[in-house]
Design a protein around this ligand. Sequence first.
Ligand code: FAD
Ligand code: DLZ
Ligand code: SF4
Length: 509
Amino acid sequence: MVHSLRLVLGDQLSRGLSALADLDPADDVVLMAEVAEEAGYVPHHKKKLAFVFSAMRHFAEALRAEGIAVDYRRLDGDQAHGSLGEALAAAVAHHRPQRIVMTEPGEWRVLAMMRDWRERFDADVEIRADNRFLASHEDFRDFAEDGRKTLRMEHFYRLMRRRTGYLMHGEAPEGGRWNLDADNRRPLPADIALPERPAFAPDRITRAVLAMVEARFGDNFGRLTPFAHPVTRADALASLDWFVANALPFFGDYQDAMRQGAPLLFHSQLSALLNCGLLDPRECCRRAEDAYHAGAAPLNAVEGFIRQIVGWREFVRGIYWLKMPDYAQANALDARRPLPDFFWTAETEMNCLAQAIGETRDNAYAHHIQRLMVIGNFCLLAGLDPVAVQQWYLLVYHDAYEWVEMPNVVGMILYADGGLFASKPYAASGSYIDRMSDYCGRCRYDVKRRTGPDACPFNHLYWDFLARNRDRLKDNRRLAVVYRTLERMDPARREAMRRDAARFLEALA
Ligand code: FAD
Ligand code: DLZ
Ligand code: SF4
């Protein structure tokens, strides 16, 4: 009889996971299961599926190499199960454990299942806190309920800097400023050399997974090959080393830049590794901080990187657990339009969108500014339905889990929560994209024109969005200047933009 059955989910691949603490290899068994429900609750990008299953299988091998018994149920094996609950029931019947130990999941939906398991199984079910985050749910609730009218990432971030001590001199931030974002908006010089990334050739395990994904999920969105993603702890550490040495020094300066044909620039591409547990946020921040102290990376880069991880990443998780389950349905701007077909085909004459969606299809990755200011900005201005947009972001990116995807979509890009943490909608006209990228020079539209058949659609959509939402947004002080500009605009011009925007939106299939 097994003492403890320890469930490890596909995004819990950390040796230091709370569910694996106090594990006794003599008496305990680890359960991991590839199941149809997790593979299908949204039709994930093929590369995301391959990444998750390959990382799961490698993690199971690493545990076995330590002498730990792993009951691993494969989707293409004899013991395939429809859901995590079914897999657990079968494992409980087989091992008859005294207790079942698990770490709380990243999604509300799965936590609801885990709570049901307490009733369902004749064993103690222990759900432990996820120790891979720096702020607990209680920490975030304390922050949110500390007499605040608004929830701002910046306030939370300072709290986290003080708590972790990253880039701190006692109570003061390194360099005298907490946030160096203003230094991080440089357009990319044409002649800058981009570092070559390491590629991780698929091994036997990954090749078997690629074949399974092609056979079972061949119709899902996205390109499966070439597949060169890290899938083991060793590869994840090599990716972190590579980033710190080669890209971190430039990460800050060019964090907001976009270039055609260069999907990664100086971004880390560590999100999927962090989110599935192969990297720990603390080790990433520590490595970046060490590089700063060694003089190998400037402060704006290191502060920017640490802010994304201990600031934004922890903050959005806090928002998710604070506001679920209602958050999923938020639609403050009453947006109803379905997703246009080009979100699946990348076939649009708007070059910036064609590039960002095409790269998403090929790589299951787009960097933050593409997600926020190109695709996200379009979703906001076109009034796309928040539930449809959430589903798209959740399925297309290899780092996507609801806890991180949803606040970025609902709160950050769509303002669907009415400004819970964004002080204004991130709406922008084409000139932002023109300033930060080389997309417009290769576009059939003219970024300088606001009306007419050749006008950049972001321009008339931007003004139309503001006019359409005037009653909801006009009292926002951060929008006072743009609303004054809108009021002063020649009425004929305003009407022309409204007509062009309406025509454009009607033509979206
Ligand atoms: P880098 O630019 O190198 O940043 C370093 C790390 O900071 C990232 O790996 C990530 O862990 C963290 N980070 C940066 N920004 C954010 C943020 N806004 N929220 C949370 N963490 C952040 N990130 C996800 O991990 N999963 C998602 O499903 C996801 N969906 C998003 C949806 C939208 C609409 C937007 C605007 C952003 C989304 N992000 C998501 C955040 C961000 O775009 C990605 O984390 C980032 O692009 C991943 O690439 P990278 O590892 O190269 O990041
Ligand atoms: C994303 C994913 C996929 C595609 N498949 C599995 C799976 O078969 N088994 C599993 O344990 N986890 C999988 N995951 C990750 C889960 O969806 C994730 O643990 C939940 O969404 C909670 O964050
Ligand atoms: Fe995008 Fe407009 Fe530039 Fe074309 S002109 S790439 S649509 S911003």
